[in-house]
Design a protein around this ligand. Structure first.
Ligand code: HEC
Ligand code: HEC
Length: 292
């Protein structure tokens, strides 16, 4: 039990004032001096109101005594005497700790449960889906847009059919937990502008019909297949998007695609593994894979 200077000081003050109070009360009632009127030179107010010195009625004394006894008991039981903690060991902090423990054991288990829940089960639970949406709004919408439909030709739409890193629950969880960085190098040092234009047209054509002979094909086969595949369907391990779907993050007109080809793109999805807990990530995965 820490008894430092201030604890001692406060304790002494407390005792002194209590003893003082007791002494004064006792003195007033039992000093033996029966204080009546000062007959020699009475103080008279308003002509006939004589000032006396009678103590207040006895029940005042008993009330005072009772309060003193109560104070003493309180001082012993509760932390009120300097920094001593009282025999009950009660403290506001202690009460808070207990409530926290109770909260953790109710909601902590619930959180763990949800973190391991079946995705379909989460998707059927309206409340959980609302919670998921809230997490998304708070953590993700700034980039991916409120409805997760992407924005600014920079942040991917998460509600379409194109998943550059994969659309399995595992892949999406990994995207959230560890973040992603797609690196598409720029080819401005290798390609002249005409070649880049042909390539852009070829890229667009990939999404329409399988192009037979095309002035962009040779360069595509030379420079692009390694990541986007000879048929253009991409490679999830590298985050190289499927070019046959006609869905673009950065924009699908030939000019924008030419920009992409010449100067490259490096989208960064930050890692949320340290920001969100397992339950929140599970909720987000359920929300993002919800087809309905
Ligand atoms: C700072 C902006 C930013 C924030 C915040 C952000 N993202 Fe992303 N996210 C991106 C970018 C950029 C990409 C594309 C990465 C790339 O180009 O490879 C991405 C990619 C993804 C992908 C992969 C998409 C695919 O096609 O495979 C998923 C899933 C994803 N984000 C989910 C989320 C979720 C869930 C959150 C909230 C916890 C979130 N993101 C928060 C910027 C952000
Ligand atoms: C080293 C692997 C790699 C090579 C080689 C490569 N790409 Fe990419 N490409 C990617 C990655 C990864 C992305 C996604 C970039 C991002 O997430 O920011 C991408 C993105 C793109 C996009 C943007 C799609 C969108 O959503 O807007 C286009 C278009 C594209 N590539 C076309 C090409 C063409 C044409 C070539 C050949 C000149 C090529 N790429 C070569 C890896 C590659």
């Amino acid at each position: 039990m820490p008894i430092d200077f201030w604890t001692g000081w406060v304790a002494v003050l407390t005792i002194a004032s209590l003893v003082g109070l007791a002494w004064v009360s006792y003195g007033v009632y039992f000093s033996g001096k029966k204080a009546g009127f000062d007959e020699e030179s009475p103080t008279i107010w308003d002509e006939n109101l004589r000032e006396g010195a009678h103590p207040p009625p006895m029940w005042w004394f008993w009330t005072m005594l009772a309060s003193l006894v109560f104070t003493l008991i309180y001082l012993i039981l509760y932390p009120s005497f300097g920094s001593l903690s009282g025999t009950f060991q009660w403290s506001q902090g202690g009460e808070l700790d207990e409530r926290l423990v109770a909260h953790e054991s109710t909601f902590g288990t619930r959180r763990t449960e949800i973190a391991q829940m079946d995705l379909a089960a989460i998707q059927e639970d309206e409340l959980l889906m609302r919670a998921a949406k809230r997490v998304f709004d708070r953590q993700c919408a700034a980039c991916h847009g409120l409805e997760a439909k992407g924005q600014a030709d920079t942040f991917p739409n998460l509600r379409d059919d194109l998943w550059q890193w994969g659309n399995s629950a595992e892949a999406i969880e990994k995207s959230i937990r560890d973040g992603r960085q797609g690196i598409m190098v720029g080819w401005s040092s290798v390609l002249n502008r005409a070649e880049a234009s042909y390539l852009a047209q070829y890229t667009v054509a990939l999404a329409e019909a399988p192009p037979g002979s095309h002035p962009g094909k040779a360069k595509y086969d030379e420079l692009c297949v390694a990541c986007h595949g000879s048929d253009g369907t991409g490679m999830e391990a590298l985050g190289a998007p499927d070019l046959t779907k006609g869905i673009y993050t950065y924009g699908g007109n030939t000019l924008t695609i030419k920009e992409t080809i010449l100067y490259g793109r490096e989208g960064v999805m930050p890692a949320f593994g340290d920001v969100l807990d397992d339950m929140q990530i599970r909720l987000l995965v359920a929300w993002l894979t919800d087809g309905s």
